[in-house]
Design a protein around this ligand. Structure first.
Ligand SMILES: Nc1ncnc2c1ncn2[C@@H]1O[C@H](COP(=O)(O)OP(=O)(O)OP(=O)(O)O)[C@@H](O)[C@H]1O
Ligand SMILES: [Mg+2]
Length: 272
């Protein structure tokens, strides 16, 4: 864990889409690595019981003493779950097998939607970005992420019915904003597994940009088998193929996100 400069304002971003397999984890891992490489101390919290972000960053379940489940249940401070990764500047709070049962246990607990937010309190100052890799559901773990976050980044796979579930996600974001977390905003939508040669991809992109305008990031993540291979080798794309299309796209996404966040901060300083 390292201390960021005093002027740091941490941005906590939930990476969420209840649709499975749309690139949430691939985006969480490689965007987090891109931000760390650009000099921003970053923490990735693996909130998915499948633990793909943890294994993708080379953190084997057998070696984990404590995980995010222990922090959510109040058994260990979140700080004790944090491990460094091979990428300097990127730390991980890993998922453990016990995360599977956490949702059930949380139901009966006080402050059940605020457990992550409370667990992160005080830790955020060490990081400029905290990314929350959400499971493919809108259950209590995702609600905890939305309650702890400043914003939601939505990976959208360019395929048929891609936009179908977005209404439900947007309603959940609105519901959390009205109840537990009034500061929550939409960070934007990032198109993933994009293949500009197919009509389908071009159609989905055009439709997303027509409906959501500048909320859709200019950067699109191409379909690249290298991205899938990298995680199966427990590496970020920067370790696996530093000069390929995947690494270039995630670097560009990091730069675009950083510029958006800097513009927001500039506006809030001006307003204050
Ligand atoms: N840009 C890409 N090009 C090719 N394959 C990709 C790309 N992004 C992700 N994949 C692959 O697609 C699969 C799903 O991606 P990923 O695990 O990131 O999605 P997810 O939304 O986190 O899934 P889940 O909902 O199960 O958590 C994985 O096998 C991953 O390696
Ligand atoms: Mg995932």
């Amino acid at each position: 864990m390292r201390r960021a400069p005093d002027s740091t304002v941490t941005r906590t971003i939930a990476i969420s889409n209840q649709k499975g397999g749309v690139g949430k984890t691939t985006t969480s891992v490689n965007l987090a690595a891109a931000l760390a490489r650009a000099g921003h101390p970053t923490l990735l919290v693996d909130l998915d019981p499948q633990g793909n972000a943890s294994s993708g960053l080379g953190c084997a379940r057998e070696t984990i003493a404590f995980g995010i489940a222990d922090a959510l249940l109040g058994l260990e401070p979140l700080g004790r779950t944090i491990v460094p990764t091979a990428q300097p500047g990127l730390d991980l709070s890993p998922a453990t097998r016990s995360l599977v049962g956490v949702e059930v246990e949380l139901v009966g607990m006080a402050n059940r939607e605020h457990r992550l937010s409370l667990a992160l309190a005080g830790l955020e100052k060490h990081y400029r970005y905290v990314l929350l890799d959400c499971p493919p559901s809108l259950g209590l773990i995702t609600i905890n992420a939305l309650t702890a976050a400043d914003s939601v980044l939505v990976p959208l796979q360019a395929e048929y019915y891609a936009m179908e579930g977005l209404g439900e996600l947007i309603r959940s974001i609105g519901a959390v904003r009205r109840s537990a977390n009034p500061r929550l905003v939409r960070e934007g939508i990032v198109l993933t597994m994009h293949d500009a040669r197919t009509n389908l991809c071009r159609d989905v992109e055009a439709q997303a940009r027509a409906v959501f305008g500048t909320e859709v990031f200019t950067t699109v993540i191409p379909r690249s088998v290298r991205l899938a291979e990298a995680s199966s080798h427990a590496k970020t794309i920067f370790e696996y193929e530093a000069n390929g299309r995947g690494a270039t796209a995630y670097s560009a996404l990091g730069a675009e996100l950083t510029a958006r966040v800097a513009a927001l901060r500039g506006r809030s300083v001006a307003a204050g």
